[in-house]
Design a protein around this ligand. Structure first.
Ligand code: LLP
Length: 421
């Protein structure tokens, strides 16, 4: 075991002439495991979780990590060891959480479309809450709970009509979005609860979007939910807690992002008067910067008079975000070569013109065989990977305490075909 000193930098840093993850050479990992490969920094992950957790100080809270960002067992086990809880978006994420050892009361179940089967399995578990998205869903949960003879713990997800000012594909808090129950309708629903003994309203929930980079919408959502909590208390429906969802953005371009302390103090400022514990559901803010996708240059060819195409062995199948949202991820050579920088279009190997990983980048000169680091890929990277073009899901490596291990091996063609006859 290599000693992990306090001096070892955590996360990804370009020391001397190459990129390191928690003090381990990223190139050495790529050479051993092959590319493309996701490399996760356990130290970064812990630091980011703890920054959020500690920012609450003594205000009662729980961090329900949003599994959808990355539910790799090795990653979620680290969250669990830190005392985290989870937010699951499907019965299958619940199953993963349970296999890791989360108790039902450490799981909230969100999701705009929970099937009848999913609800039938989830209700008897006694989760911390099922975050309900509609009057119809509430009725379906009630029917299952009535049949079981055990009240279901529910939270109503209210759509506050707040603009998260994020990318339209990942903004969820506006009236036009499919998420949650409009405020007026939610009030009508609450009024029915007194005569519905199979439903126990434990919380209200908002989640206005993801990759939110200004504090105001997050603060407004917290203010909204605190006001609603007070209103419910006056109406004789006291809650156990307030769930303000996830959404805290990270920096993808290296400019400063909202600090964990500022985010948490905005929330706590708004909810403190209610005295109610707060649940947050952060995904990206914990895992986003904690992983890098490492790819190898497989071809370079002319693009125009000023730049070249650099074809790498990772694309929209490994990291969909650039193709789907036009998302920007920093890309840097793992071992930068000397010489004048050049202009490149970094593209993936998939048969789609949208398969561009980095548009118009200026980088140290590249050659076929060089390694590139695609940064801040820990959230919604591996989790959204696909087998398009029959490309295998990439392996995931976790670097921890100066050592690394393969937390998920590379998928094989046999793995892929095992499901087919
Ligand atoms: N809670 C709920 C109910 C959610 O729907 C989400 C994310 C989260 C929490 C976690 O949000 P976060 O803290 O990670 O922002 N694939 C997109 C992001 C989709 C987010 C979906 N919901 C992307 O790559 O940017």
């Amino acid at each position: 075991m290599i000693a992990f000193s306090a001096m070892t930098p955590t996360g990804f840093s370009l020391a001397d002439t190459e990129l390191f993850c928690d003090g381990v050479s990223v190139a050495a990992i790529a050479d051993a495991v092959g590319t493309p490969v996701y490399v996760n920094s356990a130290a970064q992950l812990r630091a980011r979780f703890l920054a959020l957790d500690r920012a609450f100080d003594d205000y009662p809270h729980s961090l329900h990590y949003a599994l959808k960002a990355n539910s790799l067992l090795g990653v979620v086990r680290i969250i669990k060891a830190l005392g985290g809880a989870v937010d699951a978006n499907s019965i299958w994420e619940i199953e993963v959480a349970r296999r890791i050892g989360f108790a039902p009361r450490e799981i909230v179940f969100t999701g705009v479309g929970k099937s009848g089967d999913e609800l039938a399995q989830a209700v008897p578990l006694g989760l911390k809450a099922i975050n309900v998205e509609s009057a119809g869903e509430l009725g379906r949960i009630e029917a299952i709970a009535t049949a079981l003879g055990v009240p279901a713990r529910v939270a109503v997800r209210v759509n506050p009509d707040i603009d998260a000012k994020s990318h339209p594909h990942i903004s969820t808090g506006l009236k036009i979005n499919k998420f949650g129950v409009p405020v007026g309708e939610a009030r009508d629903l609450f009024a029915t609860l007194a005569r519905r003994p199979s439903l126990q309203l434990v919380a209200i929930h908002v989640h206005i979007g993801s990759q939110i980079t200004t504090l105001e919408p997050l603060r407004n959502a917290a203010r909204f939910i605190a006001a609603m909590g007070r209103e419910l208390k006056q109406a004789g429906l006291p809650l156990e807690y307030l769930d303000v969802g996830g959404g805290l953005g990270i920096s993808y371009d290296g400019t400063p992002a909202i600090a964990a302390e500022d985010y948490v103090s905005a929330i706590v400022d708004e909810v403190r008067a209610t005295g109610l514990p707060v649940v947050i559901e952060p995904g990206r803010a914990i895992v986003g910067p904690a992983a890098t996708l490492v790819a190898r240059v497989i071809d370079i060819k002319p693009r125009n008079a000023l730049s070249e195409f650099v074809v790498i062995d990772a694309g929209m199948t490994e990291l969909l975000r650039p193709a789907l949202y036009g998302a920007f991820h920093r890309i840097e050579p793992v071992r930068p070569r000397g010489g004048a920088k050049k202009d490149y279009e970094i593209v993936g190997p998939v048969c789609e013109s949208s398969d561009v990983v980095g548009r118009d980048r200026t980088l140290a000169p590249l050659e076929v065989g060089d390694l590139l680091a695609i940064r801040d890929a820990g959230a919604y990277g591996s989790a959204m990977a696909s087998n398009y073009n029959r490309r295998p899901l990439p392996p995931e490596v976790i670097v921890d305490g100066g050592e690394w291990r393969v937390a998920r091996r590379r998928q094989t063609v046999d793995d892929m075909l095992a499901l087919e006859s």
